[in-house]
Design a protein around this ligand. Sequence first.
Ligand code: 6PG
Length: 252
Amino acid sequence: MEKMVNSKRNILIFDRYDQICDFAIEKWEEISADAIRSNDFFAVALSGGKTPVGFYEKLSNCRKGFYWNKTHLFLVDEHFVPSHHEESNYRMIKHHLLDGLRIPMENVHSISTQEATPEKSSENYEKHLRYFFQLKAGEIPAFDLIVLGIGEDGHTASLFPRTPSLRESGPLVVAVSLNKVKNKRISITLPAINNAKNIIFLVSGYNKAQVMKEILEEKNMMLPATRVNPKKGRVFFLMDEKAASLLSSRYV
Ligand code: 6PG
């Protein structure tokens, strides 16, 4: 079961998680082909968390129609831990996606955590983004696609409710340090997210039902995920029925 609300903001509800993965893969293929046709490369930023694991595993088997040598994979956010640490997003993405792909290592743009502080890491990642996208002062990168998750508290990337990292202008990358969050984090910010050409949210499970209602129906602007609203791009909220179970009937 699925429903399109409009072409910029698409809310799609699927019976099962694996159907979410199939749809996301179809979109990836279509968006990457368009990007490569126009710019000769495809730039996509990936999130950590548990929800995308099955998606990354399916994607790691995709060959025909996927131009991995022209695909540049970035990270949306990272935990300030070594890259072999079990909470490293890079480690998770490597294990579930990269190890199964033939992608040149120079096309993988991880967030280095070897620096002395998360602030220095975020500064270096911002410099790297500016260099890769050839940005002039004040310019913002336009990722072809950003894959995001949503936490039960409404966070997305590593942007948490009621934190200064939620500013709608300013740096492209920030360091995030919060008592309630175990590791310090490095995250791309709303200006970078909202300049993307396409955003796909992957959301699954009953534990996300309440927050999805607050984001989609109540439009609670205190929640970082509600503030994801690309200036020109499209957003896809891909949910399973469990995550959509508290939405009113106009969605389901
Ligand atoms: C991280 C993520 C984070 C994630 C949400 C949702 O580093 O943990 O990038 O933003 O997307 O916490 O996580 P789940 O998909 O596991 O619920």
